[in-house]
Write a protein that binds this ligand. Structure first.
Ligand code: MSP
Length: 519
């Protein structure tokens, strides 16, 4: 049964002055697995990604190339879109912050903030980190030794008149909000960081800029453009039409708010965990249910960086597709990635070993053994199981339960482990019952039929749970096991007895062995 509450999941929107790389691929894949899992459960899912196109960095990159910022944004947004297709990602919309629907609504939200007194005109004196487009007070700048904590470049002295968001007014409400929603930020280590910083006290934040023009004009004072981060955060609600209640967009999509998950990288947590909820409080809109801040991929033990040239970029990723296939890439992202509090190391050898030990030896080999024996002993027809599954129906139900609980918690490792453990149990069952020996004794034909029918059915059920991770290969597996209606809800699809006796089954080989990576 679809639950009454629709499921909305978002990625950060990506800067268009960058080329797609593993970081973008990772966050988007995590969201994609969750979105597919929720659809499999029959939920009403909306999965959003897109591009963040304003700001001084885009303006400068465009100038350096001798093109307009819009032309640069168009080109790179098209590239991000293309890449999502290559990755087979199932997002329901792709929002660009230069679209009129977004710009109009951001202006409407900012106007509301201004009218309600949450935004005011003030003067700032302090320090500016140009690369990050972030301002620091004297105290903070001193702490940083007047250098950018990100690029290490010197901070610039800045005096500016700007519009400010009255963040300080939300200190108490935010503290209460966090106390009442202990799981708001995941993993918990990240929530503790936010709470620590919150205790230092909140200061109002400038939300406009006057030193460049590539941004959304501030409503009523066009010398100012809206700060790119404020502009960007609103994408999560402009895509749903929340800034234009009554519009066609809102009629169709307003039901998806609040988001169940904003999935982000840990470096952009403060904006999402503190500024965003405060903005929503000021607008009297509901807060998202959860912010999941994952950690970083590093490469061969070192931080990935453009200057080091060790970024796992798109051509590198495409090399993995060519060698191991798209599903293998998804599997590595989802099961070996930095979803929790520690960074994950991307290594070619580790990728290869994971592929071989999990996909070739388990997900590939187990169905292959089972379908081969059914081919050999039962002419490729699903045998009749007089034992009606024996202990397997309960074992499968338990795996499906574990899978569902893991998906609720965005615990992709546990969700992948549920069907993997099931397949390993099938392998162990085959080793223990030795159907190849049973087959030699005609008197034990019934026993043989039960063993192999139970294996095939358990494999089918594991395959359902693997679908969000391995959409291509599980489609092949489904076809080999006689098809079945992929549109049925999860509970039906994981119920015992999906393959009728007599169904024609084909031998399947899902993951070919691949030669080891070169050191
Ligand atoms: N435009 C902002 C986000 C605005 S959201 C309202 C932004 N964009 S970004 O293009 O820099 O993308 C950042 C995201 O890419 C991170 O949050 C993270 O999801 C992902 N990653 C970038 N590098 C990464 C790794 N090395 N490892 C994993 N993910 C990282 O920030």
């Amino acid at each position: 049964m679809p639950s009454a509450m629709p499921a909305y999941i978002t990625t950060p929107i990506y800067y268009v002055n960058d080329r797609p790389h593993i970081g973008h691929a990772y966050t988007t894949t995590v969201c994609d697995v969750w979105a597919r899992a929720m659809r499999l459960r029959g939920e009403d899912v909306f999965f959003l990604t897109g591009t963040d196109e304003h700001g001084v960095k885009v303006e400068k990159s465009a100038a350096a190339k001798g093109v307009t910022p819009q032309a640069l944004a168009d080109e790179n947004a098209a590239e991000f879109r293309r890449v999502l297709q290559v990755f087979g990602l199932s997002n329901d919309d792709f929002i660009r912050t230069t679209e009129p629907r977004h710009e109009r609504q951001v202006q409407a939200f900012v106007k509301r903030l201004l009218d309600s007194g949450s935004v005011y005109l003030g003067t700032f004196e302090g320090w500016y980190d140009e690369g990050q487009e972030e301002y620091y007070t004297e105290t903070k700048a001193k702490e940083l030794d007047y250098k950018s904590p990100i690029s290490g470049r010197p901070l610039a002295r800045a005096t500016e008149q700007n519009y400010y968001f009255r963040l300080s007014a939300f200190q108490e409400r935010l503290e209460r909000f966090f106390a009442e929603n202990p799981g708001f930020v995941q993993p918990s280590a990240r929530q503790n960081e936010v709470l620590g910083r919150l205790r230092d006290g909140l200061q109002d934040v400038p939300i406009t800029r006057t030193n460049f023009t590539w941004g959304i004009p501030f409503p009523g004072d066009e010398r100012h453009v809206i700060y790119v981060w404020i502009d960007a955060l609103f994408n999560y609600v402009t895509a749903l039409g929340l800034g234009e209640p009554g519009s066609e967009l809102a009629k169709e999509r307003a039901k998806y708010w609040p988001a169940q998950y904003h999935v982000i990288g840990k470096e952009i947590l403060w904006f999402h965990a503190v500024i965003w909820p405060a903005l929503l409080m000021a607008l009297e809109l509901p807060r998202p249910r959860r912010i999941h801040a994952h950690s970083f991929w590093i490469a061969d033990g070192q931080k990935m960086s453009k200057s080091m040239g060790n970024f796992v970029d798109l051509p590198t990723i495409e090399g993995y597709f060519a060698k191991y296939g798209l599903d293998a890439w998804r599997w590595y992202m989802a099961t070996q990635g930095p979803l929790q509090a520690s960074d994950a190391d991307f290594r070619a050898q580790h990728f290869h070993d994971t592929y071989t030990s999990e996909l070739v030896n388990v997900v590939g080999n187990c169905p292959s053994r089972v379908t081969a024996m059914i081919g050999k002993y039962f002419e490729g027809r699903m045998p009749e199981d007089a034992q009606r599954g024996g202990e397997w129906p309960a074992r499968c139900a338990q795996a499906a339960d574990a899978w569902q609980r893991a998906i609720d918690e965005l615990d992709l490792v546990a969700a992948a482990n549920a069907p993997m453990a099931l397949l390993r149990d099938v392998d162990a069952f085959i080793n223990r019952t030795e159907p190849f020996k049973v087959a030699k004794d005609p008197a034990r034909a019934g026993e043989l039929a039960s063993i192999l029918a139970q294996c095939a059915e358990a494999v089918r059920i594991a395959g359902v749970m693997l679908e969000p991770f391995l959409p291509e290969k599980t489609a092949q597996l489904r076809a080999a096991l006689g098809g079945g209606d992929a549109a049925m809800p999860f509970a039906k699809r994981t119920a015992w007895g999906g393959i009728a006796a007599g169904t024609a089954l084909e031998k399947c080989a899902l993951f070919p062995r691949v030669e080891a990576a070169k050191a």
